[in-house]
Write a protein that binds this ligand. Sequence first.
Ligand SMILES: NC(=O)c1ccc[n+]([C@@H]2O[C@H](COP(=O)([O-])OP(=O)(O)OC[C@H]3O[C@@H](n4cnc5c(N)ncnc54)[C@H](OP(=O)(O)O)[C@@H]3O)[C@@H](O)[C@H]2O)c1
Length: 253
Amino acid sequence: MRIAVITGASSGMGKEFAIKLEQQHNFDEIWVIARRADRLYELKEQLGDKVRPISLDLTKDESLNKYKEMLESEKPEIAVLVNASGYGKFEAFENLSLEDQTGMIDLNAKALTAVTYLSLPYLKKGSEVYQIASLSSFQPVPYLAVYGATKAYVLSFTRAVGAEIRKKGIKMMAVCPGWVKTEFFDRAVVKEGVITYFNQFFTAEQIVKRAMRDMKKGKDVSVCGPKIRAQVLLTKLLHHRAVMRIWMWQQKK
Ligand SMILES: NC(=O)c1ccc[n+]([C@@H]2O[C@H](COP(=O)([O-])OP(=O)(O)OC[C@H]3O[C@@H](n4cnc5c(N)ncnc54)[C@H](OP(=O)(O)O)[C@@H]3O)[C@@H](O)[C@H]2O)c1
């Protein structure tokens, strides 16, 4: 059985990946994972019977065990894996709860690592792995301190593991978007942590289309939009102290 697995498929970029993959590939099943079962069943209604809703909270060990057991019992070939589950909270480090701080690490870094690890034996030559990182992967970001650090982890992890498994013909790529109009912001904005969004907002479709194009080209990092690419270049040219100073000035801190 040839499948695609998408975490975070109940909204935003994960959902967009599900829509695009259903259109473009010949999968026996598309496993869509997130907590909100109703959204996943809506997606099944929209895209058809190949979609298999799997309601899991990936911050819980029992959810990761359930995913492991499903793989062991069905032994699918995972042709595409997308790790899009994630959240961020924008606020001063001291003002966020410990639960929120460690929750971001549990979902954005630990769960992504675990899902990748558990999926690895089922990836074959030609399989593709999309790991959703962020523009904040490239620099320390005050007021997104923990979120940015988790995304720096995703970028580093993806490139390193990608280099290890390339010889097996498996492609792994970090997707690093700037701001994207999704439900992410319903959860992210806390009081006055981040007050200015200088860059343009992208649509989930723009990010996913670009990521799929970059995957075909064999890139290990996908950055959508010339302004965002320029910003990434600046984070490589300037001292990170200067990059953070510009961000703080933008945020009037
Ligand atoms: N939007 C942006 O500006 C932006 C920019 C750069 C990177 N990103 C990253 O892109 C990825 C996708 O975000 P998005 O913008 O598409 O936001 P989104 O619409 O809020 O999607 C986040 C997804 O993660 C799932 N999720 C949240 N907590 C979960 C949990 N405990 N277990 C399993 N799934 C969980 C959500 O589903 P449920 O709530 O149903 O569980 C949802 O499907 C995230 O990793 C985010 O950090 C976003």
